[in-house]
Design a protein around this ligand. Structure first.
Ligand SMILES: Cc1cc2nc3c(=O)[nH]c(=O)nc-3n(C[C@H](O)[C@H](O)[C@H](O)COP(=O)(O)OP(=O)(O)OC[C@H]3O[C@@H](n4cnc5c(N)ncnc54)[C@H](O)[C@@H]3O)c2cc1C
Length: 124
């Protein structure tokens, strides 16, 4: 990948970012590096390694997790192995996107509603 970046004249800068500059509308204008160098930019993408998985509550409840400690859910209902416990979003294995989390929640709500009404779920 580094070769490809080099070939396309895309520089790789491995330096600490110490300030993010914004305009009066809070829009990004530049990134300031620890060396003092300022890189003007309109768009940026942040990527932090080591995102923490907040699965403590699920573990306390005895919910089944996979090899990466993500909560295992039924693909259709989003219910966990424990009846009445649902999960979605970043807690389960997926691609960490807001829209997916929202979809999981919406889908789970349908089946939570059915449970509350005493209707059987597909695997009951
Ligand atoms: C820097 C960054 C950039 C991102 N950019 C994008 C992007 O551009 N587009 C995109 O689609 N996604 C992006 N994501 C991913 C997106 O933010 C997540 O996928 C999404 O927020 C997950 O939603 P969630 O509801 O599953 O979890 P969260 O948003 O993490 O919500 C979980 C909530 O539960 C709370 N909580 C945890 N444990 C407990 C507990 N025991 N009791 C009570 N409350 C608890 C937490 O405090 C938190 O408020 C980005 C993420 C990061 C970190």
């Amino acid at each position: 990948y580094r070769e490809k970046l080099k070939k396309n004249q895309i520089p790789v800068i491995e330096e600490e970012v110490c300030e993010v500059h914004v305009n009066a509308k809070q829009q990004l204008t530049a990134i300031q590096l620890a060396s003092g160098k300022i890189i003007e930019a309109e768009k940026a993408f942040t990527a932090f390694k080591g995102n923490k998985l907040n699965n403590e509550l699920a573990l306390q409840l005895g919910v089944q997790v996979n090899e990466n400690n993500h909560v295992v859910i039924h693909p259709r209902t989003k219910e966990t192995n424990i009846k009445g416990v649902w999960a979605g979003g970043d807690l389960v294995a997926h691609s960490e996107q807001v829209t997916i989390s929202m979809g999981d929640g919406t889908q789970a709500a349908i089946w939570i509603h059915k449970r509350l009404l005493g209707q059987p779920l597909p695997y009951d």
